[in-house]
Design a protein. Structure first.
Length: 162
């Protein structure tokens, strides 16, 4: 048993795709869904099972922006900083999230792995700017104050679910 990932869980994902090399992206997506990132130790296991090099798997995992080699929070907050959102003041929203979550410069994920805060180039909802997503749920016309309220709501709901 590996302490970073569960071999049986990863094998079940690989088996679901009949260990086909052509399914590597789907396999990586499901592994990431399971762990909220791609544990580095998983590359050797997937490499052996699919009979492809670790370097190839790593190059795929680093090429696509949606893959992460670092643990992400339970709640991934994406702040759009495309032109429409930027003009409508998305940076103060980012700064408020960082302040409220005590994230220092360059740190995107809280120590408790509860929240990850990222900026993205475009979320494709320019008419709703500034836009934020939390685990793919879209929030429109966000302000710094509504960002703080959103965090409090998420924390309350997460405590209720516990």
């Amino acid at each position: 048993m590996n302490d970073v990932f569960d071999v049986n869980t990863v094998d079940a994902i690989i088996d679901k795709y009949d260990a086909r090399e052509s399914a590597i992206i789907s396999i990586l997506q499901e592994v990431q869904e399971q762990y909220r990132y791609l544990p580095k130790d998983v590359f050797a296991h997937i490499s052996a099972r699919l009979k492809i090099s670790r370097a190839r798997i790593y190059s795929i995992a680093t090429f696509y922006e949606n893959f992460s080699l670092e643990p992400k929070g339970k709640y991934v907050i994406k702040i759009c900083d495309g032109t429409a959102c930027h003009v409508r003041k998305s940076i103060p929203i980012l700064e408020r999230f960082q302040r409220d979550l005590s994230l220092s410069s360059g740190v995107q994920t809280t120590e408790d792995l509860m929240f990850t805060v990222e900026t993205v180039s475009c979320l494709g909802a320019c008419g709703l700017a500034p836009v934020v997503t939390v685990n793919e749920k879209v929030y429109a016309a966000v302000t710094p104050d509504s960002a703080s309220e959103l965090l409090e709501k998420i924390k309350e709901e997460d405590t209720d679910d516990a």
